[in-house]
Design a protein around this ligand. Structure first.
Ligand SMILES: [Zn+2]
Length: 197
């Protein structure tokens, strides 16, 4: 889903993305590949946690089947084309901002809360490196986006300064989730505003 230019930010005017480019979110590639390959589960083997990178809707599936792998598991709430699978449940703050990238760290979607935090919309920044667009400066000096992409590890609760294009700097806390996939990869970047209304 993308926002119609000029529409408000509450999702009143959403239109479906047609199948195919831009980005890796094509019917044949992105969805399944992004989710389901070879992830060890430290908790119950019966529960699989998912989150929508666009609207933040959480869901739990009891099983992963072969058939499931071949079909996109889209968001039942907003209709977004794919979900991120998580190692355990995750509760984003109500004002958290969601950004999804491809395997090169380039933005494929600015989701829930992103406009409120950064003033950016998907159509302005799609296909560009998330680090450039958001101007992320992590407090500890590490490129945590790069780390998550390279090692496919989750990055948890890292304080960061956000210098989004055309916007005032803002402080936030970043959670970064890799897509567990051999081919496509990608990230979900969740920025929770600090000292921000
Ligand atoms: Zn959704």
């Amino acid at each position: 889903m993308i926002r119609v230019p000029g529409s408000d930010t509450r999702g009143a005017a959403l239109i479906p993305i047609p199948p195919g480019p831009p980005g890796p979110r094509t019917e044949r590639h992105a969805p399944l590949g992004w989710l389901l390959i070879g992830v060890p589960y430290p908790h119950s083997p019966m529960s699989h946690y998912f989150i929508c990178p666009h609207c933040g809707h959480r869901s739990i599936a009891s099983e992963r089947t072969a058939g499931f792998r071949r079909d996109a598991k889209g968001c039942e709430k907003c209709g977004f084309a794919y979900l991120f699978e998580l190692l355990d449940d995750y509760y984003p703050a109500p004002n958290a901002a969601f950004f999804a990238t491809d395997a090169d760290g380039k933005i494929v979607d600015c989701g829930k809360g992103s406009f409120e935090l950064t003033g950016l919309k998907t159509e302005q920044v799609i296909g560009r490196p998330v680090n450039d667009v958001l101007g992320l400066r992590f407090e500890d000096g590490t490129d945590h986006v790069g780390t998550a992409l390279e090692w496919e590890v989750r990055v948890k609760a890292k304080p960061v300064e956000v210098h989004a294009e055309g916007d005032l700097p803002a402080k936030a806390v970043a959670d970064i989730f890799p897509a567990y996939d051999d081919d496509e990869g990608g990230l979900l970047v969740v920025l929770t505003p600090a000292n921000h209304r």
